[in-house]
Design a protein around this ligand. Structure first.
Ligand code: DLL
Length: 437
């Protein structure tokens, strides 16, 4: 697979020693805490309610004294209550879907946009992109942070950016071919769909010049990434972020494929037990909590992301010393409890992707039948001829059921469905329906 070297975009920020990083983070933490307390009434109240003063934050560990910020706080302060600057300093507004019908609004100053682009440029460079690349951005441009976030970061890197946005997939492929795109940006599920469509439309491997995929915004498994790599002939990389913190740019893979490097000079990461709030040790899975260390427009302290991952602080072979976060294992709210057993959709995906007969698309439905939880997994076949022989089909179904049981420890109902029969998504895929709710 062709790829550039994964150059370090900002040597100073990405290769400092752990002690230097800790020092910088502490400096910035103290400043941002004072700043948020002074300028955001919500944070002043959070601190005052428990008798905490900004000057009580003297060490990095003292961050644990600060109450968590949650998604509901965005809703309670909708739309501009969390601003730390006058409206006149805000130059961009984005939003993501909220829990109550009202979106979660996030605002950026000029300096925030500058920091954001730098963070995205770093992750794109780490993934092997450079100013030589032609990049097709297939994320929606709009309130969603994905399109604009990647766009400006890649421009900062000097790449030629094609703002294709999402949708109109046949045209996407035509542009990709005609304009010689070397990098594709989007969700992994959309990339997989484009790969399938390219095959169906008779594109040959050499028609597309893709070498790198910058994928994010939804969970993926290594198996899914390999499938996309095979279909599109590129190197698939993962990057992570969320609107409340900045959008894309929190972290991204380097070419060593050993976790996503966090832009730790701008985002302080902790892992907690989401029930008790207690800090977990290095390498332990838990909920990711993020604090923005430099954001002016909307500083956010200890945001509970609901995303489950773990951290690794060891230096990476790529030369970067920034902490790495593992791919997201699931969301706290995504975890299905089926007959008392915890099940993550990512576990199901890993099993399915390891089977060559599965196309990479699946749907999970959980329902209650006769007071019992039933987990039904619909698996799309990648070859219609498999449907011709009932015996083979039934054997495959049983094999999938067996493999799922080995991993999940519970029985599932497996349904095999025709190629191209499950819904395709241009943005984030929705694969789980819990009918018990
Ligand atoms: O999805 C920001 C983004 C855009 C990240 C483009 C990367 C690329 P939201 O719409 O606010 O923002 O959704 C944030 O998406 O809390 C995760 O649950 C999920 N998510 C984002 N990136 C990944 C990833 C953007 N690489 C929510 N792996 C987050 C798994 C991801 N989940």
């Amino acid at each position: 697979m062709r790829n550039n070297s994964g150059d370090i975009y900002n040597k100073l920020a990405e290769t400092m020693t752990r002690n230097e990083m800790r020092g910088l983070q502490l400096d910035r933490l103290k400043k941002i805490v004072k700043y948020a307390y002074k300028n955001v009434p919500f944070y002043k109240k959070q601190f005052d309610d428990i008798g905490l003063k900004p000057s009580d934050i003297e060490t990095l560990k003292d961050i644990e004294k600060i109450p968590f910020t949650q998604k509901s706080h965005f809703r309670d302060n909708y739309p501009y209550g969390l601003l730390a600057v006058p409206q006149s300093k805000i130059v961009r507004v984005h939003a993501s879907s909220g829990t109550s019908g009202k979106p979660t609004v996030v605002c950026y100053t000029k300096n925030d946009l500058d920091m954001w682009s730098e963070c995205v440029a770093r992750l794109a460079s780490a993934a092997g992109c450079s100013d030589k690349d032609v990049v097709q951005v297939c994320f929606g441009y709009g309130l969603f942070t994905g399109g604009f976030g990647l766009h400006y970061g890649l421009e900062r890197l000097g790449a030629s950016v094609i703002p294709a946005s999402s949708g109109n997939s046949e045209r996407q492929l035509m542009l990709m071919k005609d304009l010689g795109a070397t990098v594709i940006v989007g969700t992994p599920s959309y990339a997989l769909y484009l790969g399938e469509l390219a095959e169906r439309l008779g594109y040959k491997k050499d028609d597309l010049k893709l070498k790198t995929g910058l994928f994010g915004s939804e969970a993926s498994t290594p198996e899914m990434m390999r499938l996309i790599e095979n279909k599109l002939g590129l190197r698939a990389t993962n990057n992570y972020g969320l609107s409340e913190i900045v959008g894309p740019g929190v972290s991204g893979d380097c070419l060593e494929d050993c976790g996503m490097h966090i832009n730790e000079d701008h985002f302080y990461a902790e892992i907690i037990d989401s029930q008790s709030g207690e800090i977990k040790g290095e390498g332990e899975y838990g909920e990711l909590v993020l604090t923005t260390l430099t954001k002016e427009g909307m500083p956010i302290l200890r945001y509970k992301t609901r995303d489950i991952t773990r951290l690794d602080y060891s230096p990476c072979k790529c030369g970067r010393t920034t902490a790495r976060m593992d791919r997201i294992k699931g969301r706290v709210d995504d975890m299905l409890i089926i007959r008392g057993v915890n099940v993550f959709p990512s576990q199901i995906e890993s099993v399915l992707m390891a089977m060559k007969e599965a196309a990479g698309h699946y749907e999970i439905v959980v329902r209650r039948e006769n007071f019992m939880d039933v987990l039904e997994v619909s698996v799309e076949l990648n070859d219609a001829s498999l449907l011709d022989n009932y015996g083979d089909l039934e054997a495959l179904r049983q094999r999938i059921r067996h493999n799922l049981k080995t991993v999940l420890q519970i029985d599932t109902v497996v349904k095999l469905v025709q190629p191209m029969s499950l819904t395709r998504y241009e943005g984030k895929a929705k694969r789980v329906v819990d009918e018990r709710k």
